[in-house]
Design a protein around this ligand. Structure first.
Ligand SMILES: *Cc1c(COP(=O)(O)O)cnc(C)c1O
Length: 397
């Protein structure tokens, strides 16, 4: 892990990325968040932490994940496309990089219970996994509606020993689960650590999660150098839900303006419909889940229910780092519709024999917009595998 203390795109002293970020939390949460803020960097850069983190990433998660030259896809797009294979991580996606980091941090803070929120269940599974690994009690809040929609992941969490608690307020989906997980944390401040699943939440979560996920771009640099003689690609591309796989993919390239940063958001039915999750296209500045960022909201500030065919991108906000990348024009954002993503996912299966998560298919679909040249190099984050999405893909066949 390299730190980015002096980057224009890293977090500042106050927990901000440009105009976005901070810790917008109720008084009651202040001691928990402050404990983290004061300790996280010192803990995660200690040698014993780094040794244990890297060993687990290697032996348990299966890192480094391959950087795969996708020859047939490259031929179709007339450029050079490399896929960063986060789909090959244990549990099937990048999320486990973060949960491994946070469970090690929780142990060092003397916490013996974990609370987390989950929407589709992917982060819940990644959290339940590391809790089983460490023998730590795990409570996962999940919207009642999502519990019904995502039965296989609920079963996984239970088999891993986690308690899944239904969130019954509001729309009974992710944002309600997040609110209830935060409430649980407020009521159990001394023995419990809250593992947030993306680069969202109050400072220091976005920065902490980005640092854990930065192993992705650290590996890309070394692998690209070895394969092409050049450590920097021309483009890095990732889908953005909250933005953690994207933050990890961009991290070591943020200050190198030669590397173009590309973000794919979920447009759902389209940004001109009321069924979308493309936050930079439809959102306005506001406070959601403890940080100031862009969020989809009504004129009087109520969160709008997002829509995306992919559960992992179905979030009404984005992390503050991405809001800053958008506002500063450092990153180029594309809104990819459900249909475009499904087509791109189907195409990858046929061209490369890889079935991507529908989230990752959004990043793949964005490639058509890039007009990358024959000699240019494009690295795409293949954030997860598509096994969980087979039923949805089948409806499109
Ligand atoms: C959860 C998830 C995402 C979206 O989360 P980010 O924090 O934006 O990375 C993307 N891809 C997969 C496979 C996921 O499981």
């Amino acid at each position: 892990m390299i730190n980015i203390e002096n980057s224009a795109f890293g977090v500042d002293e106050r927990g901000y990325y440009g105009n976005f970020g901070g810790a917008w939390i109720p008084e009651m949460l202040y001691p928990n968040v402050e404990e983290l803020r004061l300790n996280y960097k010192e803990i995660i850069y200690k040698k014993d932490f780094q040794d244990e983190f890297n060993q687990l990433l290697e032996d348990y998660v299966g890192r480094p994940t391959p950087l795969y030259f996708a020859a047939r896809l490259s031929e179709r797009l007339q450029t050079n496309v490399y896929l960063k294979r986060e789909d090959l991580c244990h549990t099937g996606a990048h999320k486990v990089n973060n949960t491994i980091g946070q469970i090690l941090l929780a142990k060092r803070l003397g916490k013996n219970k974990i609370v987390a929120e989950t929407g589709a269940g992917q982060h819940g599974v990644a959290t339940a996994t590391v809790c089983a690994l460490m023998g730590i009690e795990c409570i996962v809040y999940m919207g009642e509606v999502d519990i019904e929609r995502q039965a296989p992941n609920v079963a996984r969490m239970k088999m891993l020993g986690a308690e899944v608690v239904p969130a019954k307020s509001g729309s009974r989906t992710l944002k309600d689960a997040t609110n209830e997980a935060m409430r649980h944390w407020i009521n159990n401040p001394t023995d419990t650590h809250y593992i947030i699943g993306s680069v969202v939440g109050p400072h220091p979560y976005p920065d902490m999660v980005a640092r854990f996920q930065s192993v992705i771009s650290e590996e890309i640099k070394a692998q690209l150098l070895q394969k092409t003689g050049r450590e920097n690609p021309d483009y890095v591309v990732a889908c953005v839900g909250g933005g953690s796989n994207a933050a990890g993919t961009y991290f070591h390239f943020l200050d190198n303006e030669d590397v173009k940063i590309v973000a794919a958001e979920a447009a759902g039915f389209g940004v001109d419909t009321d069924k979308s999750a493309a936050t930079t296209f439809l959102g306005k500045p506001g406070v959601l889940h403890g940080s100031k960022s862009l969020m989809m909201q009504t004129a009087d500030g109520q969160v709008i229910e997002p829509h995306s065919i992919s559960a992992g991108l179905d979030y009404p906000g984005i992390g503050p780092m991405h809001a800053h990348l958008w506002e500063s024009s450092r990153a180029q954002f594309y809104a990819v519709t459900d249909d475009e993503a499904m087509r791109a996912g189907m195409e990858l299966a046929k061209l490369e024999g890889i079935i991507p998560a529908i989230e990752s298919s959004h990043a793949l679909a964005a490639l058509d917009n890039l007009k990358a040249g024959k000699d240019e190099t494009v690295v795409v984050s293949l954030s997860g595998r598509g096994d969980k999405d087979l039923a949805t893909y089948m409806k499109y066949l």
